[in-house]
Design a protein around this ligand. Sequence first.
Ligand code: NAI
Length: 332
Amino acid sequence: MDYAITLIPGDGIGPEVSEAAVRVVDAVCPGIRWRRVDAGASAVETHGTPLPEGVIEAVRETRVALKGPCTTPVGKGFSSVNVALRQALELYVSLRPVDTLPGVKTHHEDVQLVVFRENTEGLYAGMEHEPVEGVVESLRMVSEHASRRFAKFAYEWCRFEGHRKVHLVHKASIMKLSDGLFLDVAREVASDYPFIETDDILIDHLCMSLVLDPTPFDVLVMENLFGDLLSDLCAGLVGGLGLVPGANIGDRYAVFEAVHGSAPDIAGKGIANPIALIRSAAMMLKHIGERDGSARVERAVRTVLEKGEALTGDLGGSATTRQITDAIIREL
Ligand code: NAI
């Protein structure tokens, strides 16, 4: 099949892991034409802005993108490209499957979690101001419309993929209005899916429970900031950020990216683990209908991890990004 897909290599380790993912995808699906565009700190250097208009246009045209991580300066400088992209393209769902992988040492076995994170609202609406000097207000935006479409997507996905247990994650004991609205709307949506067991849980309680024993949980549905934090916690349960893939999905477009960031501490050394982005690319292949190619990539990744001969430093090995990618391609 002949596809055009936007490629946003990103910053830091982004270009290294993107190159790896492209090599793997090309090996199973040679018909893809990559439309490469720059965003993030690299685009500031080349285009004078972190999110050139051409980036949004490219994703609108191809509808699907594979994206490396983009750096966001802390406390000052430009706002997050990642957040802007999700808002501009209405990618209102972030979907992150977190599962135990063969050969990866972890504290718990048989972890099978799916994190659903609302991607457009909450504290990430970016509404902050300083009404008087020394006092800053940050608005936590929750709307019925965004909560409903997000919850609906999560439940439809569960129905389609055969997941039967959802936890709605919140802190409505304190944020009674905002999380209260999210919870009410999500419960209303849940009532249309009586064959899926729904429970709710406070975010703090969930954090402790996951660290002690994640196995009773299946699908976790929550607002933006909680989802951001919990994604990293869950990645830690299965071996770290180098392994966990993700997708940002809306009604018209989808952007696939790993949970991890641009990892400036290891950027440029050729030692980043490309598996998280390669598995994000496998999710992308499934999304565009290349189910066989997607399954082959996922199988090859698992075989390489199980053999343990070409592991990157984060997994206790000494392989480079290129070496582990070569090993995955050999297994395809
Ligand atoms: P990070 O995820 O980049 O790194 C955290 C730790 O995990 C570091 O020690 C890093 O070396 C390690 N790590 C991450 N990915 C790895 C990989 N593939 N292989 C091996 N080790 C890996 O988080 P951090 O340091 O908080 O953020 C760095 C930058 O990334 C920031 O500018 C942040 O805003 C941005 N970021 C971007 C995201 C995106 O584009 N979606 C998501 C998260 C952060």
